[in-house]
Design a protein around this ligand. Sequence first.
Ligand SMILES: CC(=O)N[C@H]1[C@@H](OP(=O)(O)OP(=O)(O)OC[C@H]2O[C@@H](n3ccc(=O)[nH]c3=O)[C@H](O)[C@@H]2O)O[C@H](CO)[C@@H](O)[C@@H]1O[C@H](C)C(=O)N[C@@H](C)C(=O)N[C@H](CCC(=O)O)C(=O)O
Ligand SMILES: Nc1ncnc2c1ncn2[C@@H]1O[C@H](COP(=O)(O)OP(=O)(O)OP(=O)(O)O)[C@@H](O)[C@H]1O
Ligand SMILES: N[C@H](CCC[C@H](N)C(=O)O)C(=O)O
Ligand SMILES: [Mg+2]
Length: 487
Amino acid sequence: MKLLKDILYTAPILDAIGSTNVAVENIAFDSRKVVKESLFVAVPGTVVDGHDYIAQAISQGARSIVCEKLPEELNDGTTYIQVKDAHATLGILASNFYGNPSSKLKLVGITGTNGKTTVATLCHRLFMALGQKAGLLSTVNVMIGREIHPATHTTPDPVSLNSYLKKMVDAGCKYCFMEASSHGIEQRRIAGLKFIGAAFTNISHDHLDYHKTFDDYILAKKALFDALSPEAFALMNQDDKHGRTMLLHSKAKKYGFALKTDTDFKARIIEHQLDGMLLQLDGQEVWTKLIGTFNALNIAAVYGIAVLLGEDKLQVITAISALQSVEGRFQHFQSEGGVTAIVDYAHTPDALKNVLETIGKIRTGAETVITVVGCGGNRDKTKRPEMANIATQLSDQVIFTSDNPRNEDPEVIIQEMEAGVEMQLKRKYLSISNRKEAIRTAARLANKNDIILIAGKGHEKYQEIKGEKLPFDDMAVVRESLTQNQN
Ligand SMILES: CC(=O)N[C@H]1[C@@H](OP(=O)(O)OP(=O)(O)OC[C@H]2O[C@@H](n3ccc(=O)[nH]c3=O)[C@H](O)[C@@H]2O)O[C@H](CO)[C@@H](O)[C@@H]1O[C@H](C)C(=O)N[C@@H](C)C(=O)N[C@H](CCC(=O)O)C(=O)O
Ligand SMILES: Nc1ncnc2c1ncn2[C@@H]1O[C@H](COP(=O)(O)OP(=O)(O)OP(=O)(O)O)[C@@H](O)[C@H]1O
Ligand SMILES: N[C@H](CCC[C@H](N)C(=O)O)C(=O)O
Ligand SMILES: [Mg+2]
């Protein structure tokens, strides 16, 4: 049994009313999940304020409450702990509750607009291949060694996060690689965690609905590095103009990886093909099955992380050459009729540009490149015209469609995309809001040797429409469409 006073260890407290010698069965930040002897942490949210649910939490059995503002009427027999920052406190309490699992393994955080899932997943696979049991917390899934659990967020809430870390420790994992999203850092989901190192992939336009300005978005990501200890490592993409800013106030040991700049972990592309790339990595030649300049950078990051964690350079290089690409990240196949289909999670302007430029490099020139793309609803609207502009600039034909419309009207999202297309390129696109229809149309339009890119949803197995997640799989739909057409 755990006691409140033990769970409060190291948490900064403003006031305590009632006994801290009370049992805590679990920690809940959602009143609907409170059970008997829960500790309820009231956090202010983006939609409602958890403080409005304190009474409900108590009526459901919570014996202790952590909050920023004390309720006007206090309940006899309930313990109230007042804190300045309930989000950050929740992280510390969750760590204590699960026995501080992040200090019992080597935890590496990866942040950046694009490439987090790729780098974290490749690190996990690399360490498993090197015989080192590792955990993974990513957008696609959570892995405890080879055991797969579904992921709900890129960076889970502190309670789920620490619960997973404990499971990893119990299962004998020595490492964990996790994505730190800007939402996750800003909402202090990672407060209380001990990182052995952190890596920065890049920063470009995304999430301005949430962070409001690009500077605030940079500061959110930078907070991961600001909090590192002097024993930790901080690894950054030295080709990114914001790389240095990220590490500016970090006390950690600083390192860089790059393609263009001379730095600690340098890569260079020697040859680029549809089935892989030949790289020079830290002076050694290595063949990788991954494609795209951005993936050469991702591999340099993975190599840097592995070496900084003490792995043998030659063994790392050998293991890198066997790594497969991550699900939904430049995942491709060729149909019987000779059409190449690529499914990619590019859902930011920068990612879409990178993917289309990569296709530009590996194509011979005679093919038609058909892009099917949409933009998510209830997310950064300023990405829409930019992504549409990039798609029409870098493809021969474009079909605008729905991504996850969520609670928005898909037709309005498409109109906002269309507004970004330059006048002389308007003839290049058509709009079909039904995603399945859009993919089928692309398959009908494609001839032998043509390339279809389906961007935005990658690994996702659903389409979120008005609060409902309906089954949808880009890869399955394009396979079926190309088979039906026999092209
Ligand atoms: C915008 C955002 O990030 N929202 C996250 C946030 O919820 P919120 O602040 O909106 O919560 P709220 O609904 O206002 O409620 C406030 C508090 O009252 C509580 N409550 C609410 C109702 C009630 O009856 N009782 C009760 O106690 C809630 O549990 C909550 O603690 O905190 C919740 C708990 O941790 C998250 O599940 C939720 O993620 C939502 C679902 C979401 O879609 N988040 C996305 C944008 C996100 O986080 N994405 C990033 C990836 C971005 C990237 O990849 O670049 C991620 O890390 O996944
Ligand atoms: N290093 C990179 N630089 C730029 N673009 C990249 C990079 N790595 C991957 N991409 C592109 O971004 C897409 C998303 O990649 P990935 O899933 O690894 O990023 P992420 O940071 O985890 O995204 P999310 O924020 O949704 O979790 C890929 O499908 C690819 O198009
Ligand atoms: N992690 C990203 C995923 C976006 C994926 C895209 N398919 C969409 O729904 O916009 C986010 O929460 O913004
Ligand atoms: Mg991710």
